[in-house]
Design a protein around this ligand. Structure first.
Ligand SMILES: C[S@@+](CC[C@H](N)C(=O)[O-])C[C@H]1O[C@@H](n2cnc3c(N)ncnc32)[C@H](O)[C@@H]1O
Length: 215
């Protein structure tokens, strides 16, 4: 696990700007999320707003939450009209739910050590009854999928789909990166295990993989 990091929003954003200027697609996560057809999205651990801003541009109602002031300052500079909230996700209570809560870019690896379950819980309480929690993170960095699934189960979510990349490549069972989709379980009206709105995201473009994902 990486744990708490001091971020510099402008230099973090510059890296993505340079990749985009070089022709790389930096919106694989947004493509995946849009494939789930949400009207509303909580970008949990939004950083400088890379995912949230792209979703807003595509017409999705989005709220970005991060506990890092520097990251949020850049997000606010880039998209003053988007709603940005400075908060620890572990303690977040916005008093509403979203169709999708997305944690893109290893968020769970950067939360202070020991707060992972609370982080997942904070995200889970913002997932609507037919909604989904979507998270992509690298493996082999001190926090594994079994632990993540256990933290999701503790928050009332069950695994609904797992992929090797944000472009929906099948999860082979082992790997160095995984994108997981969890949904509320055990409630009337919830979709059962393995059922997703789309079994695979509808948009297939180059996306972040284990090697290129934000560290
Ligand atoms: C690698 S950055 C990813 C940013 C953005 N999601 C992206 O993909 O470009 C990880 C972000 O997670 C945020 N984060 C980690 N733990 C958090 C927590 N407990 N509450 C709020 N934000 C958190 C960090 O502040 C950081 O901005």
């Amino acid at each position: 696990m990486v744990g708490a990091v001091e971020w510099d929003g402008e230099s973090y954003q510059r890296r993505f700007d340079e990749l985009a200027a070089g022709g790389q697609d930096v919106h694989g996560e947004a493509d995946f999320v849009v494939g789930l057809a949400p009207a509303s999205v909580l970008d949990a651990g939004c950083g400088t707003g890379r995912v949230a801003i792209e979703l807003a541009r595509r017409g999705v109602e989005v709220v970005g939450v991060d506990h890092d002031a520097s990251m949020l300052a850049t997000a606010r500079r880039l998209a003053p009209d988007v709603t940005w909230v400075e908060s620890d996700l572990a303690r977040l209570d916005l008093g509403r739910r979203f169709d999708v809560v997305v944690m893109a870019g290893n968020v769970v690896l950067f939360t202070p050590p020991g707060t992972e379950a609370a982080l997942v819980g904070g995200c889970a309480r913002h997932v609507g009854p037919d909604g989904a929690l979507v998270a992509g993170f690298q493996l082999g960095r001190g926090y594994d999928l079994a632990t993540y699934d256990r933290h999701c189960a503790g928050a009332g979510l069950e695994l609904a789909g797992r992929f090797a990349t944000w472009d929906g490549e099948a999860w082979p069972g082992v790997g160095s990166y995984a994108v997981s989709v969890h949904r509320p379980g055990g409630q009337e009206g919830s979709r059962g295990r393995g059922e997703m709105v789309n079994e695979k995201p509808t948009v297939r473009r180059r996306v972040w993989t284990a090697r290129s994902a934000p560290r």
